[in-house]
Design a protein around this ligand. Structure first.
Ligand code: CP
Length: 326
């Protein structure tokens, strides 16, 4: 059987070449249609069922994933590993690039061309915006972005949208408020771009220096989704069906004095949650560093741990889909 990117042989049972995901790179949520989202969410539901019933399957037996992380990660990295292993495949984990030939000066294209000699699909996290697209240009096997700098985090965007649907049973008609570091938060950029396809109201809550980038704002406006911006979470919480909270990303600041000025600008507390709707979802891509107090965790509206678990089902669906086995 062949990969559509280059016609090279890949191992395993016959893949379904008919589906549009086969052999595709996943580097931005802009590439998805609503039909694509419905398909991925349906497969993720099936993956959840498999894991709950029997724990694992051999759908990707014989396939290898290269998990290449140039930046730290707990959730994305381990959920991709778990996803591949629960599908019966195996993983080349490269999580400390300082111990790889990257430390000898090897370029990203050469690293990608090396790993695809051994793997059928490559997951890449990189600190530079656009790195996944560069990798995809050089790769003959599918590249899945696990986040590139302050650009996008497409698989997180998918799992966030899937979580909203799982928690509230709809996306159309919702009021989604995003809070925190909207400038540097790549998960915000991906989720906002996905939400623009739906009939939603959007509010963005951030200090002046952490407001949503102009290009994302422009895309929302062009799609007919007005951008409402404010500085106080107290002014947004009462009408929010989804409150999506993010960390202020210390590692993205050139001047740490700017970070010091805005760190800790928002804190979700039980008192604040008492002003929220009874039926709503409090979400966070995690890790958190003080934005949501631990004594909020037992609130049934706190969806961030379920959100994390959903990430594995979405990533199982994506791996199966790009390898033509969904
Ligand atoms: N949400 C997320 O990307 O978490 P990690 O940085 O731990 O992967």
């Amino acid at each position: 059987m062949t990969s559509p990117k280059n016609g090279q042989k890949i191992v395993g049972l016959a893949p379904n070449r008919e589906h549009s995901f086969y052999g595709r790179d996943i580097v931005s949520v802009k590439q998805f249609s609503k039909q694509d989202l419905g398909y991925i969410f349906t497969v993720a539901d099936e993956m959840r069922g498999i894991v709950k019933r029997v724990g694992a399957t051999d759908l990707l037996k014989g396939y290898v994933l290269a998990n290449l992380f140039y930046e730290p990660s707990t959730r994305t990295s381990s959920s991709f590993i778990a996803a591949m292993q629960r599908l019966g495949g195996s993983v080349i984990p490269i999580h400390g690039v300082q111990y790889s030939s990257v430390s000898k000066g090897e370029s990203l294209p050469d690293t990608i061309r090396t790993l695809e000699c051994y793997a059928d699909v490559i997951v890449l996290r990189h600190p530079e915006m656009g790195a996944s697209e560069i990798a995809a240009r050089y790769a003959t096997k599918p590249i899945i972005s696990a986040g590139d700098g302050i650009g996008e985090h497409p698989t997180q965007g998918l799992l966030d949208l899937y979580t909203i649907y799982s928690e509230l049973g709809t996306i159309d008609g919702l009021h989604v408020a995003m809070v925190g570091d909207l400038r540097n938060g790549r998960t915000v950029h991906s989720l906002a771009r996905l939400l623009r396809m739906y009939d939603v109201s959007l509010t963005f809550v951030a200090p002046e220096i952490l407001r949503l980038p102009d290009d994302v704002k422009g895309e929302l406006t062009e799609a007919g989704r007005p951008v409402r911006e404010m500085g106080r979470v107290e002014d947004a919480i009462e009408e929010a069906d989804v409150l999506y909270v993010t960390r202020v990303q210390k590692e993205r600041f050139a001047d740490l004095r700017d970070y010091e000025a805005v760190k800790g600008c928002y804190e979700i507390t039980p008192e604040l949650m008492s002003r929220a709707k009874q039926r709503m979802a409090l979400m966070h891509p995690l890790p958190r560093v003080g934005e949501i107090r631990y004594d909020v965790d037992d609130d049934p509206r706190a969806a961030y741990f379920r959100q994390m678990e959903n990430g594995m089902y979405i990533r199982m669906a994506l791996l199966a889909a790009v390898l033509g086995k969904a």
